[in-house]
Design a protein around this ligand. Structure first.
Ligand code: NAP
Length: 269
């Protein structure tokens, strides 16, 4: 009998997670496991997820717009998921148990090439990705986590819940994490839409762009050109996926296999 994993979202058609996880399952020799796309509209999410264990599912990833609903339906949650207020990973146990976790947090920390401890940070955005980033950076000891958002009250709510401080204007920071969706669409102009001064991105800084896009984003191209260390959204996707994989299977995930699968798709689209 097969064991199933999957990603629930709405829409989810363009998710790279199935290719990435199926490559990791094959690399780990888990030939009886399959990772599927689960397109679920919000009104069907909770009832469908509760039925998945009986259909052979061990766990699922959860993406937009279900991360808060996933935490709400869980019977238990890690401290990280509870603090962030959202879950991207559900693991099914016996007797209807649903365990919620948020691997966006360890995923970001694994993908960072520098230790955030003692460094200043600027997080752009106030949605789910920004909440995970602020929690991750503060728990890793970043010195001063500034949060900017187009809609200021959302940044204020985030800071009230998770700490850091709200900023309105560009500030120099050692670590910059773009958690807005700016950069996703062709024609997006990150240095116009975001409070970023390109001159402050230099060899001393590290720029992370949660957005992943074939060919890379303009923000990272400019940061790289100025000598900054950059981290792509694909690296974050791989790291959070590997952490979910390890929770479900108890087996280490091959980052190389996952990277090979997502880069192939990125080059393809
Ligand atoms: P979300 O909850 O919908 O938040 C979107 C954020 O983008 C909000 O802060 C929003 O600001 C801001 N925004 C949207 N358009 C903007 C614009 N034109 N100018 C300035 N700010 C704008 O989404 P999310 O889940 O946090 O995800 C954010 C991005 O990260 C998405 O592109 C997502 O694909 C990516 N992501 C990647 C990974 C990964 O593994 N690499 C994981 C999670 C998310 P307002 O509050 O003002 O609307």
């Amino acid at each position: 009998m097969l064991t199933y994993l999957g990603v629930a979202g709405w829409p989810v058609a363009h998710s790279r997670s199935p290719a990435m996880h199926n490559a990791a399952l094959a690399a780990a020799g888990l030939h009886g496991w399959r990772y599927l796309k689960l397109p679920l509209p919000p009104e069907r999410f909770a009832e469908t997820v509760r039925a998945l264990p009986r259909a052979g599912f061990r766990g699922i990833n959860v993406t937009i717009p279900h991360k808060e609903a996933a935490l709400a339906l869980a019977t238990e949650a890690t401290e990280v998921a509870a603090a962030v207020g959202a879950a991207n990973t559900l693991t099914f146990g016996s007797g209807g148990a649903v365990h919620a976790d948020n691997t966006d947090v360890p995923g970001l920390l694994e993908a960072l090439p520098v230790d955030p401890a003692g460094r200043t940070a600027l997080v752009l955005g106030a949605g789910g990705a920004a909440r995970a980033a602020v929690f991750a950076l503060r728990s890793a000891g970043a010195a001063d986590v500034r949060v900017w958002n187009r809609t200021r009250p959302r940044a204020e709510q985030l800071v009230a819940a998770l700490g850091g401080r709200v900023v309105d204007a560009p500030e120099t920071a050692a670590l910059v994490v773009n958690c807005t969706s700016v950069g996703l669409r062709d024609g997006d102009r990150p240095f116009k839409s975001l409070p970023l001064d390109a001159d402050t991105l230099d060899v001393g800084s590290c720029v992370v762009d949660m957005v992943y896009k074939p060919g890379g984003t303009d923000l990272l191209a400019e940061a790289r050109r100025r000598g900054a260390t950059v981290v792509t959204g694909l690296e974050i996707l791989i790291a959070q996926g590997a952490a979910s994989f390890e929770r479900w299977t108890g087996t280490s995930a091959s980052r190389e296999a996952m990277r090979g699968a997502v880069v192939e798709i990125a080059d393809d689209t």
